[in-house]
Design a protein around this ligand. Sequence first.
Ligand code: CP
Ligand code: NVA
Length: 328
Amino acid sequence: MAVNLKGKSFLTLMDFTPGEIRYLLDLAHDLKVKKRAGTKGSALDGKNIVLLFEKTSTRTRCAFEVACMDEGGHVTYLDSGSSQMGKKESLEDTAKVLGRYFDGIEYRGYSQKIVEDLAKFSGVPVWNGLTDVDHPTQILADIMTIEEHCDKPLNKVKVVFCGDIRNNMSYAWMYGCAKMGMHYVAYGPEELEVDEQVLAAARAVAEQTGGTIEISHSSECLKGADVLYTDIWASMGEEDQIPAKVELLSPFKVTMEMLKETENPDILFMHCLPSFHDFETKLAREWKEKGYDIREVTDEVFHSRYSIVFDEAENRLHTIKAVLIATL
Ligand code: CP
Ligand code: NVA
C-alpha cells in the first residue's frame, strides 16, 4: 500500500504503522547513498523550518540543519534564551505564530505534552527532537544502523538496553522494538520502576507484531543479545541525581566482560551519545574529583571493534532527512 506522510507530525513511533516506519527507513538508506554520491537534493526547496531547543544538542540540531539545507530548505534556530516562548508568550500563542511562518517545527525539551500542543496549535508538522519520555528520531537512526551491521531481519534481533531503564531512550526503544517486531530487554536495577502505561502500550503493540518487551534485573538476559545499548545515567535535567544514579547503576556499566556474557562474537555496542567513557569531559572530571565515576561504558568497549556508535551518529542525519522529506 502507498505510504503518504505529508502533513503528519513525528511525535512518537507509536503514531506510525510498521509499514510507515519501514518506508522512512528505506528512504533514509536511499538518502545515505545519495549523500555519499554527492548528489544535491531539492525536495525541500522553498521550505522553512524552525528548531526549538530547550535542552542542549549536538547531533539532533546539526542533523536537522544539514538535512534541511542539503535538500534546499532554510532553517531558523531558537534556544530557550532567545524567544518569548513560555516566558512572555504561551505555548499556544507561540505555536499559532510559528505555524504562520514555517512549514514545520522541531522541538527538544521537557514534556511530551509540549510537542503534542505545538502540533495541535501550529497546524504544521512537528518533529520530536527529544522529550523526557521519548526520542523517536534516535530510534529510526538506531534501527537503520542495525540493518547495516546485522545480517538478521529485524524480527530476529534482540536489543538489550542496559542502565537507566526508565529514561527517554529506554521508552523510545520499547516503542521501536514493539512496532518492528523486535525483542527488547530493559536490563537495570529493580529500584528503577518502568512506567506501567508505557510498558502496557508497548506490549499491546508487540502482541500484534510478534515483538517481545521484557524487563530484567539479571545478567542472564544478556545471553543471545545482538545489540547491547546504553545511555548516560542521568539525563539532561536530572544532574542533581548523579550521586544516587552512580551508586545504583555502577554494576550496569558496560564492560568487555558484559559483552562476553552475550555469548555473541558479533555483538554490537550502541549508544545514542553523548557518552561518558573517559575523563575527557568537564563533567566527568568534576564528578571524579567529588568521588563519583559517572562513566556508563568503559573506554575499551567504546573504542572496540564491537562499537558502531559513530555510524549510528551519522545515521541521525539520513533518518531525520527522511522524516523531513516524508512529512513536508
Ligand atoms: N543523541 C542525541 O540526541 O544527541 P544530541 O543530544 O547531541 O542531539
Ligand atoms: N537520555 C539522554 C539522551 C540524550 C540523547 C538525555 O535525555 O539526556
